[in-house]
Design a protein. Structure first.
Length: 361
């Protein structure tokens, strides 16, 4: 969403970003004004844990339907409304743009009589999940004197869709006003010539436990090619143990720069990594764990750009075998290239900002 916000600002519009306190610094670095809103720190962690604790007992592909309505609906929305409503009334926006899992904005927009547009974060959230979320938010909306609309208030005045159609796995027929927007700005990477291919491994920042990473890295190391591993902020790189010389383990990397030079990505299929790799035309091994990752992996599989190992299928041998195919078979890079071309043809953030300004400015 930073790209869209930056495009609005570059076009001369006033932009204010309300987000959790921990994210205000990230937004602020771009020159966009950011203010803290909603639960954060220990309060947010406690709200999330009430949902995540029972979710851990479920199979990974069953967690999204359980977590989304309870966490992003019932747990986090009321606290966000407390902060966002007075902020919006004081600042007086002409338009609210909210990401698909931030569900206070539709209620605040209704209360302030301003339009709101939903910004996707990847593949579309299934209607059944939104229906459950709507029921859990009905009391909150009534407390503000209004009935909760369909889809928990999402898509009131449009849907900014960053997901290329070729990897979309959820029907979007229920959304009347679709506004495609390019997910990332990238040039397709040039295939790295043998004998120096580069494999990039990441399991994101949530499902990046050391045990899983050790299995994955053991499999990738068996390929015998240059490998960069990003373990994320909650895992000590040393916990993966000693690695061969061709495997580099870091806490954090410049992911866009790595994606621009690598030959294969091995990841959890989180939307940022998944779409970023596709934008560069890079084949992927997807190891989905929860959230929207199973939907992303399914879409990538349909496009021919990825291979997928579900949680019970992950082993060093399986990862190594899949990696060998992705490096050796040109069909995966060809399919990834087709998706990259599709992404490149989507409207830019600047074009989307101009369209929204024409509508609501």
């Amino acid at each position: 969403m930073l790209q869209l916000a930056s495009a609005f600002r570059a076009a001369g519009h006033d932009v204010l970003w309300a987000t959790a306190a921990e994210a205000t610094t990230v937004v602020g670095r771009t020159g966009i004004e950011a203010v803290s809103a909603g639960a954060h720190g220990a309060e947010e962690a406690a709200l999330r844990e009430t949902v995540q604790r029972p979710a851990r007992e479920l199979p990974g592909d069953e967690r999204p339907a359980f977590v989304f309505p309870r966490m992003f609906g019932a747990a986090l929305t009321p606290r966000m409304v407390e902060d966002l409503l007075p902020l919006a009334r004081d600042w007086g926006p002409d338009l609210l743009v909210h990401e698909h899992a931030e569900l206070a904005a539709p209620l605040v927009a209704e209360a302030c009589a301003v339009p709101s547009v939903t910004h996707s974060f990847g593949t579309a959230v299934p209607v059944s999940i939104l229906d459950d979320t709507r029921e859990r938010l009905a009391g909150l909306w009534r407390a503000h004197g209004v009935e909760v609309p369909p889809y928990a208030g999402c898509f009131r005045n449009g849907y900014l869709d960053i997901c290329p159609r070729s990897v979309q796995t959820t029907s979007v027929d229920h959304i009347a006003d679709m506004l495609p927007i390019r997910p990332v700005t990238a040039s397709r990477s040039t295939p790295v010539p043998d004998p120096e291919p580069l494999v990039y491994v990441t399991m994101g920042t949530v499902h990046n436990n050391a045990e899983l990473l050790r299995e994955v890295v053991a499999g990738v190391a068996g390929l015998g090619v240059r490998t960069v591993v990003a373990v994320g902020p909650r895992v000590d790189p040393a916990s993966l143990g000693e690695q061969p010389d061709h495997v580099q383990v870091e806490a954090w990397v410049d992911q866009p720069a790595v994606l621009a030079t690598c030959g294969v990505v091995v990841s959890h299929a989180g939307s940022g990594t998944f779409l970023g790799a596709l934008a560069h035309g890079v084949p992927q091994l997807c190891l989905p764990q929860a959230a929207d990752q199973f939907r992303n992996a399914e879409g990538g599989l349909r496009s021919g750009a990825v291979l997928v190992l579900r949680p019970r299928e992950v082993s060093p041998a399986a990862v190594e075998s899949a990696g060998e195919r992705l490096l050796a078979e040109p069909g995966f890079r060809e399919a990834s290239g087709r998706v990259a071309d599709e992404i490149a043809a989507m409207p830019s953030p600047a074009a989307a900002a101009a369209q929204l300004a024409d509508r609501f400015g």
